[in-house]
Structures are given as structure tokens and as C-alpha cells.
Write a protein that binds this ligand. Sequence first.
Ligand code: AMP
Ligand code: MG
Length: 316
Amino acid sequence: MPAPDLPTQVRPADDAGIAEAARLIRAGQPVAVPTETVYGLAADATSGEAVARIYEAKGRPSFNPLIVHVTGIDQAERIARFDPAARALAQRYWPGPLTLVLPLREEAGIASIVTAGLTTVALRASAHPAMQALIAAAGRPLAAPSANASGRISPTRAAHVLDSLKGRVPLILDGGQTAHGLESTIVAVADGEVRLLRPGPISAEELGAVAAPTPERIVAPGQLASHYAPAKPLRLNVTEAAPDEWLIGFGDIAGDVSLSRSADLVEAAAALFDLLHDADRQPAARIAVAPIPEDGLGAAINDRLRRAAAPRPEKS
Ligand code: AMP
Ligand code: MG
């Protein structure tokens, strides 16, 4: 975790505050912003390094697929494939506290760290005017988990964000107290099947009136594969690869490819899922990864690699 030494501004979410937040987002920085559920820590969803800085600021020791915030269905349809059930849900509940997990359009340019390498993406159009204005001003979709340090409760006021992220983020937009204080309802929709992944402000009954959840497919949160895991065996802390291994390097260990030649953990986190996919596509039978230091983002990178190296089947 970096030393908490950034000056953290708290500003009203007015036009000047939004303009400054959009400038920071375009410069690759995370910014805290209110939604109608809890405060989010938002970064450019098309930049892996910007999203890695969310994890750095939160001090989160593991990666998780993040929700991508959009202004509405038009922007969302450029990122994911909507079937009629998904479109009906978005038309009824957006903007609002509903997140839809949908098949990702690969050409959408969403950074792979956002989806943790999955082929689906979680999308939400918040009704909060600050989040709406920030997405529009930044001119790009924003990835945003809750704006709290790892292990702390989700923030419903700017002061909660300041308590836990002071010195770790450049700007907190203050939009007062959030309306729900409860995280968004999450629904996965694919091939006409609707599955409730997380209960939230919009109930299962309300969803059912628009697109009924497939009863046998209602799964508890955490039951879905939550990250991409390579299909090939993976060996960790490797300084010299065996002949049948594709070596993913770091720092001084050059490898066949490198997470970061300059040993920059932000760059490495941003590249991780792309390089795992890429390794799976190589002719080599196995994957090896150079040692990654355990500090800062290294903890989350190593967590992911250890799970990928563990004997299958994996449930993480
Ligand atoms: P939070 O940002 O804290 O509201 O949490 C985001 C939630 O969305 C987590 O429970 C994730 O596991 C879930 N999520 C995000 N993207 C996906 C996805 N592609 N597939 C399944 N669940 C997802
Ligand atoms: Mg959270």
C-alpha cells in the first residue's frame, strides 16, 4: 500500500468539481463520487493502469470484477450485448440501482483488469446526477467499486470516504448522504436467462414483473466463476523457465513477455489478465511466472496467481 501522502481535496459535486474530477479521470487518477447507493471510487474503465490505481488506493489484496458505470443504455450497448430481457430491465430500471452482467463486446476497449479477465461485464447507469455528469464530462465509462479502504464498510457520506481514503485519492466529490446505503441489485442476463447474483434495492419480485428470474438459476453471490483462470498449469516464482514453459517476466526476469520491465506494480496489475490469456494461446504446454514482490498491488497480483496455480477445479 503506498504511503498515504496525496493531498485529498473534498469539493462539492458542482460544475467546477465535476470538471476537476473529469480532468483527473482523464489523467488516469481515481476519484470518489456519490451514487444513489454508496460512494464509488471511479477510474477510466478503458485504462488498465487507471483501474489498477483503484486497487492501490483501496489497499485491496485481491482482484474482483468491477462494475462499469455508464450514462444509459446507448453507451451500455456499445460495451455489452443486450438480449430482449436485458433491454427490458434497463428500460424499466435505468437510471437506478440495477447492475446488469452481460456478454462483453471485445471491441469495446474495456481494460481486462475491470472484468478480471472474464467475458462478461457488469454495467450500471446510476441515477445520481454527480455520477451521470462525471461520466459525460470524462467522456468514457467509469469502473467503480465502493470508495472505502479494504475491509472498511461502504461509505454513504463524503466524510466516510475521507476517513478511509485520505491521502490515497486526489479528490472526493461531496454529494451529501447517499439515498440507499445498500449496494445495487445485480442480475446476469444471457440467452434469455435472468439470474439474480446479488439482492439489493430492486427486489426479485420487482425484477420478475419485467423479466422473470429463471428459478433454478438463482445463484448466491460468489457462486459464479469470479475471475479468468488460465487453462494451462502455472508455476510461480520462476527465475528460469523449463523448455515447455512460457515465462511471464517481471523486472529483471525478462521472460517471453513481461508484466513490467521496470518492476512497476501498477503496470503489472494492468497487464496481468491480458498476459494470462495470451499465455494460454501460446504453443508452450505450461505457464511460468517470475517472482512478484508482495507489497502494495503485488499482494493482489500474487493472490490471483496463487489461485490460478492451485489444483483445479477452482472456486474463487
Ligand atoms: P461492488 O463494486 O462492491 O458493488 O461489487 C461488484 C460486484 O459485481 C461483485 O460482487 C462482483 O463479483 C460483481 N460482478 C462484477 N462483474 C461481474 C461479472 N462480469 N460477472 C459476475 N459478477 C460480476
Ligand atoms: Mg465494497
